[in-house]
Ligand binder design. Sequence first.
Ligand code: FAD
Length: 377
Amino acid sequence: MDTRSFPTSAESADIVIIGGGQAGLALGYHLVRARRDFVILDAGSRVGDAWRTRWDSLRLFTPAKFDGLDGMPFPGDRLAFPTKDEQADYLEAYAARFALPVRTGIRVERVRQDGDGFLVEAGSRRWRSNSVVLATGAEQVPFVPVFADRIAGSILQVHSSDYRNPAQLRPGAVLVVGLGNSGAEIALELSSDREVLLAGEPVGELPFRHGRSAARFALPLIRFAGTRVLTLATPVGRRAAARFSGPPLIRTRLRDLAAAGVTRVQRITDVADGLPRTADGRILDVASVVWCTGYREDFGILDLPGASAQRPDHERGEVSAVPGLYLLGQEFLFAAASATLPGVRRDARYLASRLAAPAGRRSDEPMLVGVGRRGRA
Ligand code: FAD
């Protein structure tokens, strides 16, 4: 690290990575190899908790052969789809194996500019650093429409980020709002013991059946497209980024939902007399609502000139207006797969090359204009 002196009241590190999920760890691996001075601060109590705290039955849709990070393949059957706990345990083992300097239980509340560097604040603790990498995940702030407040208190409401299993809901019919992958998988699970209404339209469906054969033949093509073709370096990728509203249905398809007796309804647009109302005026008398309505990005911890809660403008993760500030793991940061395991692995490698070399042009890879200020439903 450079020889700048830091006050004793603050700890110091050349690079502070905020977030010790797969994105922070993937970058950490390369920084250890480059012998950089850095620390990874994570709000969770245990590495892997972002996966561990997802719903009980969740399995990854990416096969094990794509779920490992650089330097340590995911163990076991390469065509299997790990459970969320297996993925969490893999990340914990990864951090231990490479002795990554992760400090858990530290929620960063503010990042301020401090001379040429940064001051990172978490409660009474402070870190001074020359660079900061925000690897806090694309799924930090659950999004629920404002009218949800007007739904009667007798109806149990839960966002997919807090959903664990069917036993958590009230007996009786359930409305699942949002037909992305979370909505489709949760609706299918709930349909085994209750009436399920599912609101919304999917972006599309994969044109093949998800499973071991797909892991062998078709999913590698999807990975190639998501990491190499649909990037901000290609015209087709830039068009896809501008229109991106989430991936198509991957494992659970519309015909699976129909076969399980799930009833599709139109989008929920309002509440009438305490009950959810669809765009075509149907009033739905249900016992529970599961909001599978996605997340909003939030960059509110950045207390920097010109910063807002929106994603700052950046070039492949390097924030244009704030030298030394980097992003990693966000949706379409560089490629369609940037927020997934295969995509973040590549973005981390690139960012490490930018952080590891002297200032100025630090990599052979071309600089690209990224997509700034985008949210995600
Ligand atoms: P996270 O895993 O969210 O990690 C971010 C970390 O930052 C967390 O540990 C959090 O505690 C910490 N943090 C946040 N804010 C602060 C703060 N202020 N201070 C300190 N720490 C902070 N991808 C795939 O490749 N394959 C899949 O099959 C797949 N399935 C998915 C299924 C679901 C239901 C979801 C939601 C996502 C899935 N993804 C999948 C997408 C992606 O791989 C995961 O969301 C993954 O967890 C993202 O990793 P990350 O490190 O970017 O963020």
